[in-house]
Design a protein around this ligand. Structure first.
Ligand SMILES: *Cc1c(COP(=O)(O)O)cnc(C)c1O
Length: 382
């Protein structure tokens, strides 16, 4: 143990030296638009609460009502006794919204990716991931013990080369992609991706974490926006971003969802989502379907274009390169009253550190103009 401690200390020192030290800042309060710390208020361009629904009065109210009615926790795994009427209702609403036969809930997007990929493929199968895929998707692929291959980011020729090479080997192939990439904010060439995987008889698992609530009918995602949703085998989305709550879902055929109940270990062996979180997500989903949802979505798009006229998602990265430079710039912005996270290795490749601006419908023109003015002063034109 003694030497183990030393090596942790050394490893930590090495992280520090390379500007890769990680820490959590404790905030005293938050809204979709602001963060407060040590008595100071910052305009936040850091959260994934893109439509501000985590603080919507009706979302809060429904969440509180659920606690009053059912208590704080669900008490057990959904397969034991943690599945309440609220959970089943949310699953049914999600399936209707995504246009699938069924859906099931997970305690987080990370858990959903881990449990689902492992349940769908195994030794002898192939998983092909976009190189920029979220860590949870990589971990799910590794855990499945299927053969893992990667294609260059959104490069469909590269994907085709992998599919050509492996498709005759009589294995199941699962292609994994995101609709909006979380650290680059770019949108996948989904239409062509769907054509391609269909040509090779491969399955597609699409992670819509950063697209849910923003694109498509009632914010059902990029698959809905482009009219290809029905050709996507497995839809993954989170409740912790636009839906303002926490947890995640997978939407698919009834048979696949049944199979997940028998094989997705992160669902089977984990406590069901708390009633408060489920009730919040249900209300947020209702808002997405309403006129108010459309209004918030339009406001978000106005704000995205305010920051960047060519913006195609709510995420705007400013790649600065060196890790230390990204950290310096983030603290400079913080001095000026803006909280923008610096994203570093291993979340992004070494030497590709960046500031990651995420916009919400709740930001005011003055917030965005203020940020842009300081960025310009720092020599950056996003
Ligand atoms: C946020 C995110 C996840 C993880 O979701 P959590 O609910 O926060 O665990 C998974 N995939 C992508 C692409 C994400 O952006």
């Amino acid at each position: 143990m003694g030497s183990g401690e030393t090596s942790f200390r050394e490893k930590l020192a090495s992280f520090r030296q390379r500007g890769l030290e990680r820490f959590r800042i404790t905030f005293e309060g938050r809204t979709p638009r602001h963060l407060s710390q040590e008595g100071r208020l910052y305009v936040s361009f850091a959260s994934n609460d893109y439509l501000g629904l985590s603080c919507h009065p009706r979302v809060r109210e429904k969440s509180c009502e659920a606690v009053e009615k059912f208590g704080a926790g669900a008490g057990a795994s959904p397969l034991v006794c943690g599945q309440l009427g609220l959970h089943t209702q949310l699953e049914e609403e999600i399936a209707r919204w995504k246009g699938t036969e069924a859906a099931c809930l997970f305690s987080s997007g990370y858990a959903a990716a881990l449990g689902t990929i492992r349940a769908l493929v195994g030794p002898g199968d192939l998983v092909v991931l976009d190189e920029f895929s979220h860590a949870s998707l990589w971990d799910g692929a590794r855990l499945s013990r299927a053969l893992v291959r990667v294609f260059s980011h959104s490069d469909l020729d590269a994907l085709q080369r992998v599919l050509t090479r492996y498709s005759k080997k009589n294995r199941r192939i699962l292609v994994v992609a995101e609709s909006v990439y979380s650290m680059d904010g770019d949108v996948a060439p989904l239409q062509d991706l769907v054509e391609l995987k269909d040509r090779y008889g491969a399955w597609l698992l699409l992670d819509e974490a950063h697209a849910t609530g923003i694109y498509g009918k009632a914010g059902a995602g990029l698959g809905s926006e482009l009219g290809v949703a029905s050709r996507i085998e497995f839809h993954l989305g989170t409740l912790g971003k636009v839906l303002g709550s926490m947890g995640a879902y997978v939407a698919a055929s009834r048979e696949v969802i049944q199979w997940l109940l028998h094989s997705a270990r992160s669902l089977m062996y984990s406590t069901a989502l708390s009633p408060a979180m489920v009730a919040a997500a249900l209300e947020a989903l209702k808002i997405l379907h309403s006129e108010e949802g459309a209004r918030r979505r339009n406001q978000l798009w106005d704000n995205i274009r305010f920051i960047n006229p060519d913006g195609s998602s709510a995420i705007l990265p400013i790649v600065v390169g060196a890790e230390s430079k990204a950290m310096e710039m983030a603290s400079r912005l913080q001095e000026e009253g803006f909280y923008v996270p610096a994203i570093r290795y291993p979340t992004v490749p070494r030497g590709k550190a960046r500031l990651r601006i995420s916009v919400t419908s709740e930001h005011k023109p003055a917030d965005m103009a203020g940020l842009l003015a300081i960025l310009r002063h720092m020599g950056i034109c996003p």
